[in-house]
Design a protein around this ligand. Sequence first.
Ligand SMILES: Cc1ncc(C[n+]2csc(CCOP(=O)(O)OP(=O)(O)O)c2C)c(N)n1
Length: 383
Amino acid sequence: MTTLPTSLPRHEGPLTEDGLVQLLTPAGERVAHSDPYADALDASRLRAMYRDMVLARRFDTEATSLQRQGELALWAQALGQEAAQVGSGHAVRDQDQVFPSYREHGVGMVRGVDPVDILRLFRGVDHGGWDSEAVSFHLYTLVVGAHPLHAVGYGMGLQRDGLVGTGDAARDAAVITYFGDGSTSQGDVNEALVFAAVNQAPVVLFCQNNQWAISEPTTRQALVPIADRAPGFGIPSVRVDGNDVIATYAVTAAALDRARNGGGPTFIEAFTYRMGAHTTSDDPTRYRTHEQEEHWRRRDPIDRLKAYLETAGELPEVFQAELAGEADALGERVRTQVRAMPKPPADSMFEHVYATPHAVVDGERAAFAQYEASFLDTEEAHR
Ligand SMILES: Cc1ncc(C[n+]2csc(CCOP(=O)(O)OP(=O)(O)O)c2C)c(N)n1
């Protein structure tokens, strides 16, 4: 195993917050620091973020249970990453585009994706599950690191359509793409950084460093903090405390504004922790310690904002009671609607592969129909 040079900061727990932008401490105290984006967040907006984090977590918990009951084939939990997702998601405007990987449930919910639709993919009844154009939130990409290239290409399209740096805030658009620390080891992500830099694409490359690529810790993949790689490509970067929803919002809002205004790409490393398993097929007790999990449980992003709002007298009991009711209703709806999802016709997998007719897909569809028909014949022959 490679030994890290001692002069370089390690970025594996226990928590080292050196170099991380943090505006809300783990105890829920606001750091005395003026930031125009954070300062603009009033109590009602912070309550909205709190609500989104609570609902995202409830959805996640329900989905995990549904997988355990055999209703979903697989589930990728986002437990612990709610602040990184909801904070950055709140910085996205309607005209922006989001390219997620497969764990961005919180961002999707902020964008207006019905969480039930997210489960269509994980139940195996749909390749996607939602109308990505309607919510400007693309379908999940399970191929690690493939989609930052799509995001950069989309951003270059925005440039060519004259939708960047026009000075019209309602028109100027940007792209944000989400990927994990492990994904930065992929060639595709590095290619995306090259293209983003040389084209000054209006893209925010948002890395959720949850410290694990399945069982592989970040320290086995990078000898420097992940964010330090981006300047080598010519892209400015920032490390932010990913469990701090205020800081995550502030740095993302600034980076998206920069992109919309024609300032080019920014790389954000949101340093967080994957509190659950990689997916429901994974057993993290095989590769990490109970102490480390406890250490991070005490830095729960939802508890942190809750403490802050409560101390400020901005989390009335009636709000909390209504939110608890809303979370229960969401849970009930998710359970009922997932179980009721109809099985799609088998040949629907050939739909929406290409926007226009495609000879290869048409051939595959015909071959599949023939294959299916052969089973019918066999069954009839046995009657
Ligand atoms: C191209 C490719 N290689 C390998 C895999 C298998 N795989 C699925 S998730 C994963 C780890 C990803 O880690 P990271 O990028 O840190 O994201 P996280 O799951 O932690 O959010 C791997 C290797 C894959 N899906 N795609």
